[in-house]
Design a protein around this ligand. Structure first.
Ligand code: PHE
Length: 564
């Protein structure tokens, strides 16, 4: 008797046979026929194949084929049904085979006798006929009918004949037997290259020391799988977008304005912009009014928030001369408003003093314009940082300086400013509107600037962010003339959208701010959220900014300007 192979040897042998065959052929039709021992010892080899499959070395597919034949009993009963057994006068059964009739073999005779004893068949009448007894008639006929129709002489897929097999098994008679022809096909798997005669092992320190690493197959490392990102800080996409815009404007030679003043006076936000005090946009529907204005100086001493300090200093900067010039422009115009007839109503300083949350950063622009010809530019330091506000001792020093440096505007001077910061509007909140958003504001000031320059510089600015198809449309702003809305074709959406508003500041704005006649400012403004929403394809502004923003989105998003 051959020595029984140890299971591990058997598995090793199977593995090598599988490997070598699959190196030559892409697939094996039936792995059970791979080696003579596979079929007999399949119980031991099946788990091995499963482990190769789980490592993607190979793929396998099982097809449960079988072939059915009749048992001795089934054959005999089949002969009876088909009328091939006759019984002579002496009660001796015989088989009719074509023209011939022969006696039953001993085995057949034994079965025949047993069937009579078991009361499956009975022999009756003259001449003798064989019948199934009442108990067995239906069972036998059902089974043999199914066998003859679906199984005889066929190799069948067991899945296809489930119903027949069920009926046959229900008769509880062993009339048929099954020869298992299960076929397990195997083909190369995705990791077939990794399939070796022995399983590769992980490299260890010991292997390196002993030199064993050189002779054993080592597990391959996959260096292309992306690793998990470490948790780290991430700028909000809107902040990233702001710094991209800031870079563009700095590169174009713009200086950043000091914007750290959310709370603003109506004076800077509206009056300096030639907006009549009865203008509808000042009312509660658009503007957030700050309830406690109070005595600003007192509040500074009480250590109130910075924005209030900013306002207070801003207010100090609004010298009585400036206030009076703005008042005149509103009340009757004249020389101080470039020869305008003014707005012709009684201007009320109490209205101008009302504190509000600034509705636009254009309040910062007029504020900046007011410093240009007053010698007060020193309030910025080099970095465009407003910290030097603090070492101005209250307003006194500023006022003195202002008197000394009257008319500092030099001929041929060109100045460019921008800001990107938050503004507030008392708006109905919806998918695209919040009560606060970021405004990008810019202006260029110099002699002889006109609407042509405005259109040119705006086209250049938007080209820098990838919007090359710009269209202007006339509109109305109280403080600019002409005023132009800016439209652009969005490169991804391929449709025109409004992206900003612009204009040339009126003389009624410029001259009261202290700028000489002939010095013009071309200006524009847009919201930062608009391009950001287009870029991120977010549908709701609340997904971009505010407490409903998904931090996972912030961590994963990389906001780029439109053309990148
Ligand atoms: N202030 C305008 C706005 O809020 C924008 C603008 C700025 C328009 C400068 C003209 C000039 O939409």
């Amino acid at each position: 008797m051959a020595k029984k192979e140890a299971p591990s040897d058997l598995i090793g042998k199977f593995r090598i046979a599988l490997l070598e065959t699959l190196k030559k052929n892409e697939s094996i039709e039936n792995v059970l026929d791979l080696l003579p021992e596979v079929r007999q010892q399949w119980k031991e080899l099946e788990p091995a194949l499963k482990s190769f499959v789980s490592k993607d070395y190979v793929e396998s597919q099982v097809r449960n084929f079988a072939q059915y034949s009749l048992t001795d009993e089934g054959s005999l009963l089949d002969l009876i049904i088909s009328g091939k057994i006759t019984v002579d006068q002496n009660s001796k059964p015989q088989i009719v085979e074509g023209e011939q009739t022969r006696d039953l073999t001993q085995d057949e005779l034994n079965t025949y006798t047993k069937e009579i004893q078991n009361n499956v068949i009975e022999v009756t009448g003259t001449p003798h006929t064989i019948k199934f007894t009442r108990n067995y008639d239906k069972k036998v006929r059902n089974t043999l009918k199914l066998f003859n129709e679906q199984l005889r002489d066929k190799i069948v897929n067991k899945n296809d004949i489930k119903a027949a097999l069920k009926t046959i098994s229900q008769t509880k008679m062993d009339l048929t037997k099954e020869a298992d022809l299960t076929q397990i096909s195997v083909k190369r798997g995705k990791q077939f290259i990794q399939f070796t005669a022995v399983d590769p092992v992980s490299l260890t320190n010991d292997m390196l020391r002993s030199g064993e690493w050189n002779s054993v197959p080592l597990k391959q490392k996959n260096f292309t799988i992306p690793s998990e990102l470490p948790l780290q800080g991430k700028l909000h996409p809107l902040v990233e977008m702001r710094s991209q815009f800031r870079r563009i404007l700095l590169n174009l030679g713009f200086t950043e304005m000091f914007t750290r003043r959310y709370v603003e006076s109506s004076f800077w936000n509206f009056d300096t912009l030639f907006q009549p005090q009865a203008h509808p946009c000042r009312d509660q529907h658009d503007t957030f009014f700050v309830a406690h204005g109070g005595d600003i100086q007192e509040q500074i001493q009480d250590g109130i928030p910075e924005s209030f300090q900013g306002f207070a200093l801003a207010n100090n900067m609004a010298s009585s001369e400036l206030i009076n010039r703005v008042r005149s422009a509103h009340e009757q115009g004249g020389e101080v408003a470039g020869g305008s007839i003014g707005l012709r109503y009684k201007w009320n300083p109490l209205e101008a003093q009302k504190l509000i949350m600034r509705t636009h950063t254009t309040a910062i622009s007029t504020h900046t314009l007011a410093t240009l010809n007053s010698g007060l530019q020193r309030i910025w330091n080099e970095q465009g940082n407003g910290d030097e506000w603090t070492h101005q001792e209250g307003g006194i020093q500023i006022k003195e300086q202002q008197q000394k440096n009257e008319h500092k505007w030099e001929r041929g001077r060109l100045a460019k400013f921008f800001s990107i910061d938050r503004v507030f509007r008392n708006e109905t909140l919806d998918r695209t509107h919040l009560a606060e958003f970021h405004q990008l504001e810019g202006f260029v000031v110099g002699e002889g600037l006109h609407v042509g320059h405005l259109m040119g510089i705006i086209a250049e600015f938007f080209a820098q962010i990838g919007l090359t198809e710009i269209r202007f449309q006339p509109t109305y702003n109280p403080y600019t003339e002409p005023s132009l809305e800016i439209y652009a074709v969005h490169p991804v959406l391929q449709k025109e959208i409004e992206i900003g508003n612009s204009g040339v500041f009126r003389e009624e704005v410029m001259i009261p701010l202290g700028l000489p006649k002939g010095v013009r400012a071309i200006a524009w403004g847009l919201s930062l959220e608009r391009p950001a929403m287009i870029q991120t394809r977010l549908q709701e502004i609340s997904e971009l900014i505010g407490h409903r923003v998904d931090m996972r989105w912030v961590e994963s998003s990389a906001l780029k300007l439109l053309h990148k």
